[in-house]
Design a protein around this ligand. Sequence first.
Ligand code: SF4
Ligand code: SF4
Length: 435
Amino acid sequence: MAGFFGGVHPNDRKALTSEKAIEPLPAPRQVVIPMSMHIGAPCAPLVKKGDSVTVGQKIGETTGLGVPVHASVSGTVVAVEPRPHPNGTNVMSVVIENDFQDTRCPDAVPPADPEALSGEELTRLIHEAGISGMGGATFPTDVKISSGLGKLDTIIVNAAECEPYITSDDRLLRETPERFIEGLKVLLKIFGLEKGYIGIEANKKTAISILKEQCPGEIEVRVLKTRYPQGAEKQLIQTITGRQVPPGGLPAAVGCGVFNAATCAAIYDAVYLGLPLVRRAVTVTGSAIRTPKNFLAPIGTPYTDLIAAADGFVSDPYKVLTGGPMMGIAQFDLSVPVIKGTNAITCFSQKDNQEVKNPHCIRCGRCVGVCPMHLMPLYLYQAERKDNIDELNARNIGDCIECGSCAYICPARIPLVQSFKNAKAKVRAAAAKKG
Ligand code: SF4
Ligand code: SF4
């Protein structure tokens, strides 16, 4: 099996939750469901204050690129207004007071004969179920499918879950492997392909043996070396197929389509259970959490509810992240809700604070040796500090996947990923100015 360049071996700390079965979260009193949980245009709310809603009812319709939004609990809409979102902005949201009846929407029923559906009908169903990439990318799944039709010869389910601390996909694989397998079979049918792959890191031994036992002949389980960022799309494709996605290119350019493991399970739920994407598995973990756990949470559950269900903080956290320590996004308002791409909430206590005031690059070059995209992080960092847009472009800042390998290895503790996020924003602003 071909490998990929660079990468790091952080302590994965998955043992904190890897043996914790997914617990259904106690029903939240209120959910806050943003109209934007996908890449693309925000949805337009279909409900107003005072309306009654049921589980799986469509409450937001697409206005462009995107997928619809559904109610995750039954109850009464108490507000339709901007609310804090994990992306750090305020986003138009539907706030639902839970009636704890869990009444299912009469429209949320499975098709009479799922096996009889055509590829086109299945793709439409996936769109209507509101499915977008659940590994964090949140790209609308039906659009990914449509744009790959006729171009793909290889479908890969990304079950690598290489980010430290996170075990929500691992637990789903172990507890409901049939959902992944059937979800992948739906994708194979849509693309008219006979074989699919599941890429999974070697550290998930139980999941690997379950999948190897249960996968039919047309699905091959590929066990991958445990090395971060093995689960990044381009690195996964290279490891499994030996093909290299060109700089700036998409996986379809080399005939590959990569779908996250939880996304496949959501496809199964939509096709065989008639359930839109209204819940997801979330790992709540980190040194600041008293009892790290995995939960099945309705979309829209406030982080505070999940943290409380994990017995709260041991001490005041210095950092709370959506996602894991390598690629996670810092949160400053814990009232934000779980969205479709929230696979984990990772909370660190002060003892893990390794920030350095005024860090200086010592030109050791270690960041260059670990960058899986063959970039020169130290020069990108300097270019960002000098606002040198030409240099940032010349050094392919757009290829940075923000994996954090460089920041992890940097002995000077320079916040390189934050610098590269800023750099990309500067490049975009400069391009917009030019017109
Ligand atoms: S420069 Fe970007 S892609 Fe390369 S290691 Fe750093 S964060 Fe990852
Ligand atoms: S690892 Fe850090 S200190 Fe070393 S060259 Fe890269 S940015 Fe500079």
